[in-house]
Design a protein around this ligand. Structure first.
Ligand code: B12
Ligand code: SF4
Ligand code: SF4
Length: 394
C-alpha cells in the first residue's frame, strides 16, 4: 500500500490545473524523473480482461501475490476509492554497454542491467515522495506513492499517461528511452488534465519474440512468466526446472534479451543516475568467485543491490546452473565443493552442474557414492535423474 504523505484540499479552475501540470512536469524533471504523464483511474479497463486471462492460464506461476486482490490491481479505484488522477513517472536506466555481450563470456555471470547498480525501488520511492510533497504543498489534495510492489498495473497506466506503449514483449517502450524505463506512480485526489494514450509502434517487428531463449511468449503481447528467465532466476524459490537449464546459459539474475533487441533503443541514452549505474564488480563477475560466497559474503557483495533480495541459496543455485553451462572443466571443482552445501537447493543444482562438466562414467561412480549419504529426497532425485540422462547409450 502506498503512503499518504499529506491531506489538504483546495480547488482550481482547468486553466490553473493546466499550469499546475506544467509545473508538475518541470518539478518531476528537477527531481530526476525522465518523463511524466497523467491519466485517469478509469483508463485501463481493457487491462482487466487481459489480466484475468493471464491468471486463468496460470501464467503467474507461484507469484500468488500477483493473483491476490485482482479488483485492486486492475482498477486504481479498487486500491484507493478517492483517487481522481494517476501521475505516472519514468526513470531511464539505459545501459552504457551492450547488455548481450556478456552472454558470450561463459565463465562469467550475466546480471540483468536493472540489478547491476543500487536498488531502484529505494531511489524512485524517495523521488516519488518528494514530488508528492511538492504537489500537496503547491495544490493540496491527498496522495499515495507506488513503485513496483503494490497492486498497481504500472505498464498500462504508463501507456494511458502517454509515456510509451506496451510492446510485444509486454514492457513499456518509449520513443525516447526505448525499453529501459523504470516506472512509478503517484495517485492523487486532485483532478489533473490527462495526457493522450500512446499508440502502439511495434508494427511488424517481432525481434523480442524471436530472441527469447525459453520461448516465453505464447503470443505477441502475452508472457508466460513460468518460462521467463527473470521469473525462473528471481521469483522461483525451488529448483530451476530441467527443461530451462540449458537455455538459461550464464544468466544468473534476470534477463534482458527481449529488451535489448528492441529497435527503439536506438533513441535511448545511458541513464543519468549514478546510483543506478552498473558497479564494476557486477558487470561480469567470475562464476568461480561467486560460487564461493557464503551468506555473509553474499550480503556484503550485494549491499543495496536488488540481487540481495533472493538470498544466498537461490543465488548460488543460479550460479551453479551457469557453471553447468560454462563448458569449462576448471569450474567442476566449484560444483564439487557445493555438493556438501547445507542447502538442498544448492546441492541439487551442484549435482546438475557437475553432471555437465564430468564424463558420464565418472559422474555415475560419483553418484553411487553420494546417494548413500544424501538424505534429502529432492537431491536424491536429482542424482538419479541426472545419472540416467548422462549415461552413455550402448
Ligand atoms: C509481475 C512482474 C514481473 C513478472 C511477470 C512479467 C509480466 N510481463 O507480467 C516477471 C518476474 C517475469 C517480471 C520480469 C521482468 N520485469 Co517485471 N514486473 C512485474 C510487476 C510487479 C507486475 C506486472 C504485471 O502486472 N503483470 C501481469 C500481466 C498480466 O500484466 P501485463 O504485462 O501488463 O500484461 C499485459 C499484456 O499481456 C497485454 N495483453 C495481453 N493480451 C493482449 C493481447 C493484445 C492484442 C494486446 C495489444 C495486449 C495484450 O495486456 C495485459 C494488461 O495490460 C511490475 C510492476 C507493477 N506493479 O506493474 C514489474 C515490471 C513490469 N517489471 C519490470 C522489469 C524491468 C522487468 C524485467 C525487465 C526485469 C529483468 N531484466 O529481468 C523483466 C521483463 C520480462 C518481460 N518480458 O516482461 C518493470 C518494467 C518497466 C517497463 N518499462 O515496462 C516493471 C514495471 C517494474 C517497474 N516499476 O519498473 N516482472
Ligand atoms: S526476459 Fe528473457 S526469458 Fe523473459 S521473456 Fe524476455 S527474453 Fe524471454
Ligand atoms: S522488439 Fe519490436 S516487437 Fe518487440 S517491443 Fe520492440 S518494437 Fe515491439
Amino acid at each position: 500500500m502506498g503512503e499518504v504523505t499529506a491531506s489538504v484540499r483546495r480547488s482550481g479552475s482547468s486553466a490553473m490545473n493546466e499550469s499546475l501540470k506544467t509545473l508538475l512536469t518541470r518539478e518531476a524533471k528537477t527531481l530526476g524523473f525522465d518523463c511524466a504523464g497523467v491519466t485517469g483511474p478509469g483508463a485501463i479497463a481493457d487491462a482487466a480482461g487481459h489480466f484475468r486471462a493471464f491468471l486463468e492460464a496460470g501464467a503467474h506461476g507461484d507469484m500468488d501475490w500477483l493473483a491476490a486482490h485482482p479488483e485492486r490491481r486492475t482498477d486504481p479505484r479498487g486500491l484507493w476509492a478517492g483517487v481522481r488522477s494517476v501521475i505516472m513517472l519514468g526513470v531511464n536506466y539505459g545501459p552504457d554497454q551492450d547488455p548481450l555481450a556478456i552472454l558470450q563470456q561463459r565463465s562469467r555471470g550475466a546480471i540483468s542491467v536493472y540489478a547491476q547498480g543500487d536498488d531502484y525501488h529505494d531511489l524512485i520511492k524517495k523521488r516519488l515522495k518528494a514530488l508528492a510533497r511538492w504537489l500537496v504543498a503547491t495544490a493540496g489534495g491527498e496522495v499515495k506513492v507506488f513503485v513496483d510492489t503494490a497492486a498497481v498495473m504500472e505498464k498500462p497506466l504508463a501507456q494511458a499517461a502517454g509515456l510509451g506503449w506496451q510492446g510485444k514483449h509486454t514492457n513499456l517502450v518509449s520513443r525516447d528511452f526505448g525499453s529501459w524505463l523504470f516506472l512509478g506512480a503517484i495517485f492523487t485526489t486532485l483532478e489533473l488534465p490527462r495526457n493522450d494514450t500512446e499508440a502502439d509502434h511495434c508494427g511488424s517487428c517481432q525481434a523480442c519474440l524471436d530472441i527469447c531463449p525459453t520461448a516465453a511468449f505464447p503470443a505477441p503481447y502475452k508472457l508466460d512468466a513460468r518460462r521467463c528467465i527473470s521469473y525462473l532466476t528471481i521469483e522461483n524459490k525451488g529448483p530451476i526446472p530441467r527443461e530451462f537449464r540449458k537455455a538459461i546459459g550464464n544468466r544468473i539474475y534476470g534477463c534482458d534479451d527481449c529488451l535489448a533487441v528492441c529497435p527503439w533503443n536506438k533513441f535511448a541514452q545511458a541513464g543519468r543516475e549514478t546510483k543506478l549505474a552498473a558497479r564494476d564488480e557486477l558487470r561480469a563477475p567470475e562464476l568461480a568467485g561467486l560460487a564461493r560466497l557464503d551468506d555473509a559474503a553474499f550480503r556484503a557483495r550485494f549491499t543495496k543491490s536488488p540481487v540481495k533480495r533472493i538470498g544466498r541459496d537461490r543465488f548460488i543455485r543460479n550460479v551453479l546452473i551457469a557453471i553447468g553451462n560454462a563448458n569449462d572443466g576448471a569450474l567442476a571443482d566449484a560444483a564439487e565443493r557445493l555438493l556438501d552445501d547445507e542447502s538442498p537447493l544448492v546441492r541439487g543444482a551442484a549435482v546438475w552442474a557437475l553432471s555437465q562438466l564430468t564424463p558420464p562414467e565418472a559422474f555415475a561412480a560419483r553418484a553411487e557414492m553420494a546417494l548413500g549419504a544424501e538424505a534429502d529426497d529432492g537431491v536424491r532425485a536429482e542424482w538419479r535423474l541426472t545419472t540416467t540422462a548422462a549415461r552413455p547409450s550402448s
